[in-house]
Design a protein around this ligand. Structure first.
Ligand code: ZN
Length: 259
């Protein structure tokens, strides 16, 4: 499904800071070395546009074909990239785009696109601005598209972040969220007072506060105003492409601000 209604917001411009420039230059050197080392034809990463001999395994439980050896993007990032490339106007229109907790190679490519007014934010890792998703220092309705992968699950309270994402989106705007799901219909959620050890035991990650259930995530996003579409984009991709590009079977939560 396309998002032909995505408008162009006005008057909001961003500049990349020097720390991000330095990180990007370092990454570029690493990419060249990795590209030579892993050259091949059996796999292709659409994010860094590299043909490689294979992707590296990752995760618990372990997933084969997860991490690109050149740009370090994961299987979920490649799936989201294809969706944004093929099904939205992100790569075609002049838009204000907010990238939350930026993945470096995606940030490198998006920040180089002259059509995008691109802003990346993070509290703890390299980004253009240090900013909390739950307290965005961004004007109302000034962002046309937003990408946020595996962040909501890391927040002690995810609702302020959802409210803020809705607030800054312009009418007709689109936010793409990815989160880890629990294997059954009930979410696993620990509160803000839980310890690292409790979260490690319950969730397998001391920095994570929840694994969602699909209905719960949709309810929360809908409650702040979004029109939510759960997109099983993996299944829209041809089987040979799923293998060659190392895609993950993880739903995308496409959230639109209608008005
Ligand atoms: Zn790559």
């Amino acid at each position: 499904m396309g998002d032909g209604s995505v408008p162009r917001s006005q008057g909001f411009h961003f500049r990349m800071n020097t720390n991000v420039h330095a990180t990007t230059l370092k990454l570029r050197g690493q990419r060249l070395i990795s590209k030579l080392k892993h050259a091949g034809i059996s796999r292709y990463c659409p994010v860094c546009r590299s043909a490689v001999s294979g992707f590296n395994p990752h995760g618990n439980p372990r997933r084969e074909d997860a991490i690109c050896p050149v740009c370090l993007c994961r299987d979920r990032h490649r799936l989201a990239w294809l969706y944004l490339l093929r099904e939205t106007r992100l790569f075609k229109a002049s838009l204000a785009f907010l990238h939350v907790a930026p993945e470096l190679e995606m940030a490198r490519r998006w920040s180089a696109m002259p059509t995008l007014r691109y802003l990346s934010i993070d509290l703890f890792h390299p980004a253009m601005m240090k900013m909390d998703l739950g307290r965005l220092e961004i004007p109302d309705q000034s962002i046309d598209m937003l990408y946020c992968s595996h962040v909501l699950n890391m927040l002690p309270d995810d609702r302020p972040a959802m409210r803020e994402a809705f607030r800054v989106l312009s009418p007709g705007g689109l936010a793409l969220f990815q989160v880890p799901m629990n294997s059954c219909a009930t979410p696993v959620e620990l509160n803000a007072s839980s310890t690292h050890q409790q979260r490690m035991v319950s969730l397998g990650d001391p920095d994570m506060y929840r694994r969602y259930a699909p209905d719960v995530l949709v309810q929360r996003l809908t409650a702040v105003g979004f029109s939510v579409e759960r997109v099983a984009y993996f299944h829209r991709c041809p089987p040979d492409e799923r293998t060659r590009m190392g895609l993950i079977d993880e739903d995308l939560y496409v959230c639109r601000r209608i008005s």
